[in-house]
Design a protein around this ligand. Structure first.
Ligand code: CA
Length: 687
C-alpha cells in the first residue's frame, strides 16, 4: 500500500512532533518499502528538518552513491531545501526560478522562470537566492526576488496567478519560502539593509487575494495605526524612524501549529542597523528581532519575545524555528526553539511565549548572559559602539544564520551550523543623508571587512570559523561539536537512521553519527554548499538530495573553496547507486593583465567606504569576489577607463550591473575606482 507521509500525519493521533517514532515504525520498520514524502521545506510542519526514514543508517551510509544530478544553469547561490510529494521534487533556484523533477531519476518535468530583471539583483543584501517553494492542493507557490507571489500549476508549471506583495519603488526582496496555512499563502520579505518597513502577508491560495497583513514595526504615528499591537510598540521608539524604514523584515522563519492555533514569525534587524540613528532616544524598538505569535485567520498579534532589544548589530530573529514537545522540569512543554544570530539558544513555551531557557551556543561578547528574571540580555559595556571600531562576537553574519537546523526527537538533540567570526562595528553617521542604491546601515563596513576576512580563513580547531553543533535543548548545553575550516556552511538534516547530513562551504557533503558527531561518509561536489538536504523514499529506495551552489551571505567575498563561476547542481544519493560522480568545475580565474591606471592616495579611504556601502553585496568585502560574480580587481583597462559610464550611465545594465546614479556622485565613483585599484595593487605586489 502506498501511503504518503503526509496522509499518515493527517490521521488523528499521529502528530508529527508527538508521534514521529510511531510514524517511522509504520513506514519503515518492517519492510522499508513505500513512498515517504518531504512535503515542506522543513520536512515536517514543525520545522524539524527530520525524517523518520532509516533505510540509510550509520552501518551502511558508506554505501551511498550518486543516483542522479541536475545542472541548474546558474552560478549564483542556491539555498532551497527541495520538497518531494508523490515522486515529484519541487524546488527553487537563484533568480526565483522554480523546477519540478522526477525525484527518482532527476528528469526535468517543468521549469518556470519569472524573469526577474537582473539589475534588481543589487537590491538583495545577500545574493539572488530563494529558499524554496510550498505545495498545496495542486499548486506550487513561490515568492520572487522582485516581490511577487506566484501560484503555478504543480503538474505543468503554468502560471495560475501572480500578485505584487511589495512596493516596487522600495528595495524589498523575497528570498524566503512561502507557507500554506488554512488555505492562505503566508509570505514575508527582506530589505532591512535598504530602509524598508517589515511585514508579513496572507493571500488566498485559490485566488491570490490579500487576506491580511501584519506590520512588524510602527509607521508614522501621525498616520493610521494598523495594529493594536503598536500601542505597546510605539512607546519603545523615538525620533522619526519611519522615514528610515524601521526594518523588522520577516525574511525567513514562519511556522504554524494547528493544534495550538498560532502562527509564528521571526522578525529581522532594525533599518538602519545602528539604533543611535534609528531611534535616537534608545528603546527596545518593538517588534524588531522578535519571535511574534499571530492568529492565523486575521494576523492579529498574540504575544512576542524579543531576542535582541534595541538591536544595533543586525541580530535578526528570522532564523529557523522548531516546534517540539520537551520534558522540562518534570512537565511536557510545547516549545518553540530558535538559535538566532545573537548567539543564544532560546526555548520558549509556544502557547504563552514564556522564556524557558537561553544559553549561549557560541562565543558572545556583546552580552554575557540572558537574565531569566527579565528575559533580557545583559549587554557588555562595549556592545553599544560609537565611531571607534569595536570588535564583537557574533558578527552580522550571525552565530547561526538562516541555514536550517534539525531536531531529532529520539535523541532529543538539535543539530545546527554555527559561525564564530567577529566583526568590527563602528558608527557611520552618513546614513541620514544617503540616497538611492546601497546599504543604509549607520555602520561603516570598511573596518568590519578588515577583520572578517582573516577570521573566516583561520584554522584553529579550538576556535573554528564554523562548526556543526549538537545541542541538548533540555539541558541547555552542547553535546558535541565538529569544527569546520569554512565559516559559511550548509543547513542540516537528521534522520531516524541516526545520521546528520550537512554540506560545507568547502564543497564537501558529509554524514555524521547523530550520537557522537563521528564522520561516517563524505563526498566532494566541487561547489560550496549552503543549502540543507532533504530525504524521501520512492518505491522502497531512500534518497538524500542537496543543492550545491555557493552564495548568499557567502557571496561577501569569503569563499572556502577557490572556485570561479562554478555551476550550481542538484544532487541525489541512494544506497548502492552508481551513477558517475564528477564534481563540478569552475572557470579559470582571469589573469592580471597590466593596466595604465593608479589609485589616487587621498581617494582610497573614502572609496573604501563608498565601495562597502554600494558594491560589497555582489563584488565582495575588500573587493575580493567569492567567485560567482566578476572580481573587480581583475577588470580590463576598458572597464577601468569606463567607470563613470558603467556606474552612472548603466552601460552594463543588461548583464545585471545597474546604474548607481541615484546613489553616487561622479566624485564617489572616482573614489571607488581608486579603492579597487588600491586592492588590485596588492595582487600585483604578490605576483
Ligand atoms: Ca540583515
Amino acid at each position: 500500500m502506498m501511503r504518503t507521509f503526509r496522509q499518515l500525519t493527517r490521521r488523528p493521533g499521529v502528530r508529527l512532533f508527538l508521534g514521529t517514532g510511531l510514524a517511522s515504525a509504520v513506514l519503515c520498520g518492517a519492510s522499508g518499502t513505500g513512498t515517504v514524502d518531504w512535503p515542506y521545506t522543513s520536512g515536517e510542519r514543525s520545522g524539524s528538518h527530520y525524517s523518520p526514514l532509516r533505510q540509510i543508517h550509520a552501518g551502511n551510509v558508506k554505501q551511498l552513491g550518486l543516483a542522479w544530478s541536475y545542472d541548474t544553469g546558474t552560478t549564483r547561490g542556491l539555498e532551497a531545501t527541495p520538497i518531494v510529494v508523490g515522486g515529484t521534487m519541487y524546488t527553487s533556484l537563484s533568480w526565483s526560478v522554480a523546477v519540478a523533477l522526477d525525484a527518482a531519476t532527476g528528469k526535468l518535468k517543468w521549469r518556470h522562470d519569472p524573469r526577474v530583471p537582473h539589475e534588481l539583483g543589487s537590491r538583495a543584501c545577500c545574493d539572488v537566492v530563494n529558499r524554496g517553494v510550498a505545495l498545496d492542493n495542486g499548486k506550487v507557490f513561490i515568492g520572487t526576488l522582485d516581490g511577487r507571489l506566484q501560484a503555478l500549476d504543480a503538474a505543468t508549471g503554468r502560471l495560475l496567478w501572480s500578485v505584487e506583495t511589495t512596493d516596487p519603488g522600495k528595495h524589498y526582496t523575497i528570498t524566503g519560502a512561502p507557507r500554506v496555512v488554512k488555505g492562505m499563502v503566508i509570505i514575508g520579505n527582506g530589505g532591512a539593509e535598504y530602509g524598508v518597513r517589515g511585514y508579513v502577508s496572507a493571500y488566498d491560495a485559490a485566488t491570490g487575494k490579500l487576506v491580511w497583513r501584519f506590520y512588524t514595526v510602527p509607521g508614522n504615528p501621525a498616520e493610521k495605526i494598523e495594529s493594536e499591537a503598536f500601542e505597546k510598540a510605539l512607546k519603545t521608539w523615538s525620533g522619526e524612524w519611519w522615514k528610515l524604514g524601521g526594518g523588522g523584515t520577516v525574511w525567513d522563519a514562519i511556522e504554524y501549529d494547528p493544534q495550538v492555533g498560532l502562527l509564528y514569525i521571526g522578525t529581522g534587524n532594525g533599518s538602519p542597523w545602528n539604533r543611535n540613528f534609528r531611534s535616537p532616544g534608545g528603546g527596545d524598538n518593538l517588534y524588531l528581532s522578535s519571535i511574534v505569535a499571530l492568529r492565523p485567520d486575521t494576523g492579529a498579534y498574540v504575544w512576542h519575545y524579543q531576542v535582541t532589544p534595541g538591536d544595533s548589530w543586525d541580530f535578526t530573529a528570522t532564523q529557523p524555528m522548531i516546534l517540539a514537545d520537551l520534558r522540562i522540569a518534570g512537565a511536557t512543554r510545547k516549545v518553540l526553539m530558535q538559535a538566532p544570530k545573537n548567539g543564544f539558544f532560546y526555548v520558549l513555551d509556544r502557547v504563552s511565549g514564556e522564556l524557558l531557557s537561553a544559553e549561549p551556543f557560541a562565543k558572545t561578547t556583546w552580552a554575557t548572559r540572558i537574565d531569566m528574571a527579565t528575559g533580557r540580555p545583559v549587554e557588555t559595556p562595549e556592545a553599544r559602539y560609537g565611531e571607534q571600531p569595536v570588535l564583537l562576537l557574533p558578527s552580522p553574519m550571525g552565530a547561526h544564520n538562516w541555514h536550517p537546523m534539525s531536531y531529532h526527537q529520539g535523541l532529543n538533540l538539535v543539530f545546527l551550523p554555527t559561525s564564530g567570526i567577529p566583526f568590527a562595528y563602528s558608527a557611520d553617521p552618513r546614513v541620514l543623508s544617503l540616497r538611492g542604491h546601497g546599504w543604509r546601515l549607520g555602520v561603516d563596513l570598511a573596518p568590519g571587512g578588515k577583520v572578517i576576512v582573516p577570521a573566516a580563513h583561520k584554522e584553529k580547531p579550538d576556535d573554528p570559523p564554523g562548526s556543526l553543533l549538537a545541542w541538548d535543548p533540555v539541558a541547555a548545553k552542547p553535546r558535541w561539536r565538529v569544527a569546520h575550516k569554512s565559516w559559511c556552511n550548509g543547513g542540516v538534516l537528521s534522520t531516524a537512521g541516526d545520521i546528520v547530513f550537512q554540506g560545507r562551504g568547502d564543497g564537501n557533503f558529509s554524514a555524521y553519527s547523530a550520537q557522537t558527531g563521528d564522520k561516517l561518509w563524505e563526498v566532494f561536489l566541487g561547489n560550496g554548499i549552503v543549502a540543507a538536504p532533504s530525504t524521501y523514499s520512492i518505491g522502497g529506495t531512500q534518497y538524500v538530495s542537496i543543492l550545491a551552489g555557493y552564495g548568499g551571505i557567502g557571496l561577501n567575498g569569503l569563499p572556502a573553496l577557490d572556485t570561479y563561476k562554478a555551476p550550481g547542481r542538484l544532487w541525489a544519493f541512494a544506497l548502492n547507486a552508481n551513477a558517475k560522480l564528477t564534481p563540478v568545475a569552475g572557470q579559470p580565474r582571469p589573469s592580471l593583465t597590466p593596466i595604465e591606471a593608479a589609485p589616487v592616495p587621498g581617494q582610497i579611504g573614502p572609496g573604501a567606504q563608498a565601495y562597502h556601502r554600494n558594491c560589497t553585496v555582489c563584488h565582495g568585502i575588500n573587493a575580493v569576489s567569492s567567485g560567482s560574480i566578476a572580481d573587480l580587481r581583475y577588470a580590463s583597462q576598458a572597464v577601468f577607463d569606463n567607470y563613470r559610464h558603467i556606474l552612472l550611465d548603466g552601460a552594463l545594465a543588461k548583464v545585471g550591473m545597474p546604474s548607481f546614479k541615484d546613489a553616487l556622485t561622479p566624485r564617489e565613483v572616482e573614489a571607488i575606482r581608486s579603492y579597487v585599484l588600491f586592492e588590485r595593487s596588492k595582487l600585483e605586489a604578490r605576483k
